[in-house]
Structures are given as C-alpha cells and as structure tokens.
Write a protein that binds this ligand. Structure first.
Ligand code: BG6
Length: 496
C-alpha cells in the first residue's frame, strides 16, 4: 500500500477516553493489535477523560471492557503489554488552558516511551466538541513539531449537512493538512468492502462485463433488525439519510461503480471514488417525487418478540418525522453506467439484518430457452457484506431431474461471520492503517463534500414534508412504496 510512513512510533491520544466508543471498539481493537503484534514497539496510549479516576482504576475498567467486547480472550500476558502502554489523563477539554498541561504531559511521556514526538489525536467525542479540541491542540502548539508528525482521527458524523461539514473542515484545515486527517467510516474497514476492488479488478469475468451493457441494475441493501436503542437523541436529528446513506452507502456505491484507478495509491483510488459521486444524476423535483421513499417503523415483532414503534421509543416525540428507512433509485451519468439504475435501501427494525450488494445481469433473449417461463432467472452476483461474508453467484443449468428443465444454480462461497457488525475488527484495520499513515480506507474531503451535496437535497425534501408515519411494521422489509419503486420498473428487491 502507498504512502506508508516508516516511523511508526507514536502516542495515541484518545479524547473521550471514558466514553462508549473507547470501551466497545477502541480498547478492544488496540488489545487485538497487541495480540497480533501490530502495534509499534515504541507506542503509548493516553486516554483523556473528564472523570476523576486514578490510572489504576482506569486500567481496571478497560480490563473489564475487554472481557465484554474483545474478539480474542483476554490473556494476561497480552493485557500486561497493553496496560503498560495505557495512561489516563484527567482533564476537561472545554477548558482551553488545560491543553498546556496535556502538552507537557505528552512531551514528558515522549522521553519515557521513545515516541519521537509523533501524535495521533482520536476525537472519540460528540461532534460538538470537534472544533473545541482542535483549537485547543492548535493554541497549545501540540500539532506541529520539527521532525515528527501529527494525525487527527474524526468519527462520524462529519457535519450534519454540507454547510456544517464545510465549516468543520475549514477549521480542521487551519491546523492539519488534508493528508493528516482521517475521517472514519467503519464500513471501509470491513473485509467485504475492501474485497470489492479485488473482485472487480482481479477477475476478467467480472470486470469485462461490469457496465451498462451487461448489468441490468445494482442493489445496495443494508438492513438492520435493531431499532434506535438508546441513541434517539442523536438519531432524531439524523435519520437514515445522514446516518447510513451519506456515509456508508455512498462509499459502497463509489467502490462498486468507480473506474479502475491508475495504481493503488491512496489518492488515485479516492479520485476515482469521488468522480462517481460527482456523476450522480441531478436531483430534480421529479427525482424527489418518484425516486425517493422514506419510512418509519411502527410497532411489530422481531424474532418472535414484540417491539415498540419508533415514536414509542424513549425520548422520541410522538409526532416524530424522522425517517428510519430510505429507499432510492439513482443513475450514475457516465459512459459506464448511464441507463443502469442503482437501487439503495437501508432501514432499522427490518425483518432481516444483512448487508448485500446485488448485481443483476441482463437477460439473454428468450429465443432458445425460457419461452414458456414468464421470467428468466437472471445471473446474479451478490457480494455479501454481513452477517455472511463472501460471494454468491447464480447461473442457469440443465435440471437433470427433468427432460428439458432449466434451473438456477446457486454457488455460494460465503460463510457466516457473526462478528461482522459494527465491531472492533473494522477499527483494528483502521487504526493500524492510521499508524502506518495509509489513508486509503478513509474518505477524502471532496468525497465527503460530494456525498453531502447529494444527501442534503433529499434530507431537505424530507424535512419540509409531513410524512404519513409510521408506514412499515417492525419486522417487515419496509414500506410498500419501496417495493413499488422497483415494481414500476418491472424489477424486485432480491433477498438472497
Ligand atoms: C453506524 C450507524 O454508523 O452504523 C448506526 O450510526 C448503525 O445507526 C451502524 O446501526 C451499522 O453498522 P454495522 O457495522 O453494524 O452494520
């Protein structure tokens, strides 16, 4: 991979060191990097938190969190290595003067841990604190030092619309250059998402027919059984468009549709992804009327258990207009894709929890076979993201049990992997890449900008409408209008 630094020694400073993300994802990911011997020799972790705790107490908390969330069992030998690197620094980052103290602490630690002044600042905090922390780092001269590097990791959401994202980005660019900013989209850390490029660009049989001449339509479907849980404060202001489409889905779309990059360098790949987002068709009033379906779950049953509707969830207003489901049909207006629709679907509290990309190939003429069949079983290539991970391919063969019958044969190389959710595993890969200075799996600013430009218009449309919610039962596959969206085109969602 490109752009990898040789000097990996660093201090990782986690703002939000006592928060949920650190407990569930970051510390387990760091532990597993220790197990796999992927952390640099000279490395220290400083968790910054407001809570009054001794370093010993903090370590005990983290030890406990590992037994809950680590994929590897906790082995005392490995834990001792992690514990040795781990420090707790108590300070309220809304107090700008406190940053000077943190600087002194880190400079001293550099000497002990031999980390050469390199820093990775991980903002695992609520987005309203991003700018405050970056200002604090800047004012206290923590981000620039001769002969060493600093990187910034920003969690999702990156802004809540194009305007706020731009403002945040400008603020970050005052302090860090674009190459040092790592915007997390944990989907890019998933194995199967990384596999999209390999499947496309390492297989003649796929890449040579990967275009509008052979592909009838593409479906990207990320469905969850989970509801909003305890996150209604965030989700009410977000909805499925911001939460899933602007980030994860548009990233997947760009990997599926991009042109082959000229090489595997970070910016070559990002440039091709960004071009896809720029080529998405213009959003007109007709597009909004015909190609967009919003949904919100009502009460229903999931796996035999009754669950409340979204409006009955804790802290959700009884008249909430927030969408928990979106389906879209869009075109990518370039030579490769013009005329081939992309259908997108994502929702909470649905009947299945799965992530899939379905490539449906065009039918052959019904001249020799299939005359008596209403529909030809198409060739389908399914990239299974989760919980099954791998590739499924459907093709037609003779049915040996009958005289002249034809049956679709299903070849499935996927395996069930229950840990493919939003797990520390994706973070392991992403943190490892950040330490190596490889930003390939992180969206560049112009990708984020293009994604917001698209999502914003759809979000505004929803915000200005009073929708007839709820319009799908928990445990179903979404509103009827999402099925009609494809039925109108003579197509259907594939649930493979
Ligand atoms: C997060 C969203 O980014 O992705 C959540 O904020 C969603 O609402 C999650 O549940 C889904 O991730 P995964 O990895 O579990 O599919």
């Amino acid at each position: 991979m490109a752009n990898v630094e040789n000097n990996l020694s660093a201090i990782l400073v986690i703002f939000g060191g006592t928060g949920d993300l650190t407990h569930r994802k970051l510390i387990p990911a760091l532990y597993n990097l220790v197990v796999d011997k992927l952390l640099p020799k000279n490395f220290a972790i400083v968790s910054v938190g407001r809570r009054n705790k001794s370093e010993e107490e903090y370590k005990q908390d983290m030890y406990k969190t590992l037994s809950d969330f680590s994929r590897n069992e906790v082995d005392d030998k490995h834990w001792a290595r992690l514990a040795n690197m781990l420090h707790y620094y108590q300070f309220d980052f809304t107090n700008q003067e406190g940053f000077t103290g943190l600087k002194t602490y880190l400079d001293e630690l550099d000497g002990k841990a031999n980390t050469g002044g390199n820093r990775v600042f991980y903002l695992a905090v609520a987005p309203e604190y991003f700018e405050t922390i970056v200002s604090g780092l800047h004012e206290s001269n923590m981000t620039k030092k001769e002969g060493s590097w600093s990187r910034l990791i920003i969690e999702k959401p990156f802004g809540k619309d194009l305007k706020t994202a731009r403002k945040l980005n400008n603020k970050l660019l005052e302090v860090f250059d674009e190459r040092s900013i790592y915007r997390i989209d944990h989907y890019l850390g998933k194995e199967m998402i990384q596999n999209i490029m390999v499947l496309r660009f390492c297989n003649t049989v796929f890449e040579s027919i990967w275009n509008n001449k052979f592909i009838d339509n593409v479906q990207i479907s990320l469905t969850e059984k989970l509801g909003v849980g305890t996150r209604s404060g965030y989700y009410e202001k977000s909805g499925a468009m911001r939460d899933m489409v602007q980030s994860h889905i548009l990233q997947i779309l760009s990997l599926v549709a991009m042109e082959p990059p000229i090489n595997l360098k970070t910016d070559s790949i990002r440039t091709e992804k960004q071009k896809v987002l720029q080529a998405i068709e213009e959003i007109t009033p007709a597009f909004l009327r015909n190609n967009v379906v919003f949904g919100q779950y009502g009460k229903g049953v999931i796996d035999g258990t009754p669950v409340p509707g979204y409006r009955e969830e804790p802290n959700v207003p009884a008249d909430s207009n927030t969408e928990t489901f979106v389906a879209l049909k869009l075109h990518i207006n370039n030579f490769r894709w013009a005329g081939t629709p992309f259908y997108i679907r994502t929702g909470k509290r649905m009947g299945t929890a799965s992530g899939e990309i379905v490539i449906q190939f065009k039918d052959l003429p019904n001249i020799l076979y299939f005359q008596d069949k209403e529909i030809q079983d198409p060739n389908l290539l399914v990239l299974r993201i989760q919980p099954n991970v791998g590739v499924f391919f459907q093709f037609n063969t003779k049915d040996f049990t009958t005289h002249n019958g034809i049956i679709p044969t299903k070849m499935d190389t996927s395996h069930y992997n229950p840990t493919q959710g939003n797990t520390p595993e994706a973070y392991e890969r992403l943190i490892y890449d950040i330490l190596r200075g490889d930003a390939t799996l992180f969206p560049r600013w112009d990708e984020v900008e293009a994604a917001w430009s698209f999502a914003d218009q759809i979000i505004k449309y929803r915000e200005n409408k009073i929708l007839q919610f709820p319009n799908y039962d928990a445990g179903s596959m979404g509103p009827v209008s999402a099925f009609e969206l494809l039925a109108r085109d003579g197509r259907k969602w594939w649930n493979i």
